[in-house]
Unconditional design. Sequence first.
Length: 239
Amino acid sequence: MSMAWWALIWGLVSGASLLLGAAAGWWLKLPRAAVAGIMAFGAGVLICALAFELVAESYATGGLLVTALGLICGALLYFFANRIVAKRSRAPGSASASGNALAVGALIDGIPESVALGVGLVAGGAVNPAMLVAIFISNIPEALASTAQQKQSGKKAGGIFLLWGSVTLVAGVASWAGFALLSLTDPGWTAFAIALAAGGILTMVADTMIPEAWAVEHDFTGLIATAGFLTAFAVHAVG
C-alpha cells in the first residue's frame, strides 16, 4: 500500500473520534466537568505534540525563518477563519446554531491537524504517534458538545451523524492532500507547511480549548493539561 493511502487512512482514523464524540453526545449524559476535563487533557497533548514534533521537525528541515513564517501564517489563517465563523453564528442564539458553530469550528480545527498528519508522513516516513493521539483526544469534546446541543434543539440523529461523518471524510482527504501535495515539493515548502499547521493548531488551543475548559474546570485546567502534556511526552520519548 502506498504512503498516500496510509495518509488517507490515518486521517480517517484521527477523524473517527468525532463520530465517537457524537455518539457519546447523543447517547450519554456526561457532566460538563467531564467534557471540560477531556478538552483540557487534549490541549496539553496537542501543545506537547506541537513543541516536540511539528515545530521541531519544521526547524530541523527548513530553519528558523521558514518555521517562524509558517507559524505566523498558520496563526493568522485560523484567527481570521474563526472570526468569520463566530460572526456568522452570533446572531441566532438557539442551541442548534451554537451546535452548528461548534461543528464548523471542528472542521476548521481538523483541517490543519489532518494536514499535519499527512505532512508528517512526508517528513518522517511514518505517522507521528503523539500527534495522532493528540488529534484523536481533542476531537471528542467538540463533537460531544455540538451533538448534545443539536439534540437539545430537536435535530434528528441521522442528520447529526451525517454531519460528523462528512467532517471525518474531510479529515481523511486533508491528510491525503497534505502528503500528496508536499511529497512533490522541496523540503523548504514541507517545513513551511508543517509550521503552518502548527500555528493554526496552537491558536485553536489558546483561543478555544483552554478557555472552554477553564470556564468549567477553573483551577484544575492547568493540572489536567499538564497531565496531557506529560502523557504525550512519554509517547514521544518511548517512540
